[in-house]
Design a protein around this ligand. Structure first.
Ligand SMILES: [Zn+2]
Length: 232
């Protein structure tokens, strides 16, 4: 198999996977049955980053046929076993409740995109209340309250998460209105949450660390200078 680029879900590093980092097995059910001839492909990928070295395990079920060996046809279903979702790891300076809504939204993304969108919406509300310290109220008003504080593109995307998340959150108001959320739409909402984690929390923390380092240098110089004067 040709080498390919891959992002490790455990350490979030972009790495290249070579043959010795990947092991795969095919298991074909060729006993006559009502579903048809299917092949299960399991795959381990081992992260080459020496600080990580964790593996991912996924399985996929295919329709298959035999012609001078096994041949895979249409993919029927895919399961991410380890880790169980596409959730990325984020530092713990992001509040625990917000992170747990994010992990759950990722976990049920494919199984129930609507529930995932509802959780992404709740996660968004948690972020806005925590990061911008807005007065708790309706999400609509909370988003309005930060309109002049953030760039218009981010604001539009946030408002879109609110609207799509509403489909799951307020369904009981009109039971005749059935609007579905597709898995790729739920994925877009999750992507926005990840963007906000990085743009707001991670950027703020990195900036804080940089500024503290600068103040640290100044303090150090100051005490050195004082030391020199007292030595005179
Ligand atoms: Zn890794």
């Amino acid at each position: 198999m040709a080498d390919f680029n891959w992002t490790c879900p455990h350490c979030d590093r972009d790495v290249t996977i070579t043959d010795e980092r990947l092991t795969s097995q095919w298991h074909t059910n060729n006993i006559k049955n009502a579903f048809g001839r299917h092949t299960l492909v399991s795959k381990f990928i081992i992260c080459p980053n020496p600080q990580c070295k964790k593996y991912t395990l996924s399985c996929a079920l295919f329709e298959s046929h035999y012609k001078s060996g096994e041949n895979l046809d249409k993919e029927i279903q895919r399961w991410n076993l380890i880790p169980p979702s596409s959730a990325k790891s984020f530092p713990d300076f992001i509040p625990q409740q917000i992170l747990s809504d994010y992990f759950e939204a990722c976990l049920i993304r494919d199984l129930s995109p609507k529930a995932s969108a509802t959780l992404a919406r709740r996660c968004l509300q948690g972020i806005i209340r925590d990061y911008w310290a807005v007065k708790p109220g309706k999400l609509f008003d909370e988003i309005e309250a930060i309109k002049d504080k953030i760039d218009p593109l981010t604001w539009d995307a946030i408002d879109a998460v609110r609207k799509v998340g509403n489909i799951g959150a307020h369904m009981e108001k009109d039971i005749n209105l059935i609007v579905d959320v597709e898995p790729h739409e739920a994925e877009l909402l999750i992507n926005l949450i990840e963007t906000l984690f990085k743009d707001w929390y991670v950027t703020r923390e990195e900036r804080r660390a940089r500024l503290l380092a600068i103040s640290g240098i100044a303090e150090q110089k100051d005490s050195q200078r004082k030391g020199n004067i007292s030595n005179c």
